[in-house]
Design a protein around this ligand. Sequence first.
Ligand code: NDP
Length: 255
Amino acid sequence: MGIFSGKTGLVLGVANDRSIAWAMSEALVAEGAELGFSHLPGERSERRVRQLAEPHNAKLIMPLDVQKDEEIDAFFDKAKEIYGKIDFVIHSIAYAPTKELQNPYYMISREGWHMAMDISAYSLLATTRAALPLMPDGGSIVTLTYFGGEKVMPGYNVMGVCKAALEHTVRYLAWDLGEKNVRVNALSAGPMRTLSSAGISDFDEMREHQAQKSCLKRNVDPKELGSTGIYLLSDMSNGVTGETIHVDCGYNIVG
Ligand code: NDP
């Protein structure tokens, strides 16, 4: 028995075993949670997610491109059919075309800006809306953000602008959904080596700088994201909504 025994959640954004969403999933499964997963359409993405999720007896492993409303509807409809109700959703999705990240921000194309915003910020709104019918008694939604949404981090470019939009979307969603007892929070993680972070220029320098400057003088451990995920997704944080919780070894408080 764990604190998530009898609880069910959906995880959007596992790419492989280095994904932040996977670190959170492992922590939740260890506490007894039942999880369903999405993956980007395509044989490679599906194979990677199945390899991780099937040993945990996931009943739902289904394609979902958050740019497609019909795929969002199909994913949440299927989840309703399988689980009836769910208790939480992890939204751990972001994307910007690599060339747009590598150019200075002022050079970004209209198309690249829209795509980054759509996948990295609007998708929280769209998936939250689709999850509501599965949360008639309330629930908890957590998204992943980064400090580059609060301050300028060289190289983070459009993704910083997307994270600013995401964090404020969290606050407006928290306001809208409070009366439904649905809580929405963001976990602001310190830099982790993942597939997504490979697209950020000077990422290794960013990691090193953060380790040196942070209060704890190190980078964050994936398990620490898992344990904060447990807090935000469980009854332990019942009075917390609309927040951005930093799990960055105290980097953000240092001037
Ligand atoms: P991952 O690459 O492991 O996860 C990103 C996920 O987003 C992947 O599963 C990817 O699918 C998915 N994705 C991209 N586009 C779409 C789309 N159109 N529809 C559905 N899914 C899509 O990287 P992380 O774990 O690092 O990233 C997860 C979240 O954490 C992101 O929001 C990121 O910005 C945030 N974050 C990351 C930090 C870091 O240093 N790594 C620090 C702070 C926050 P696929 O791989 O199949 O393309």
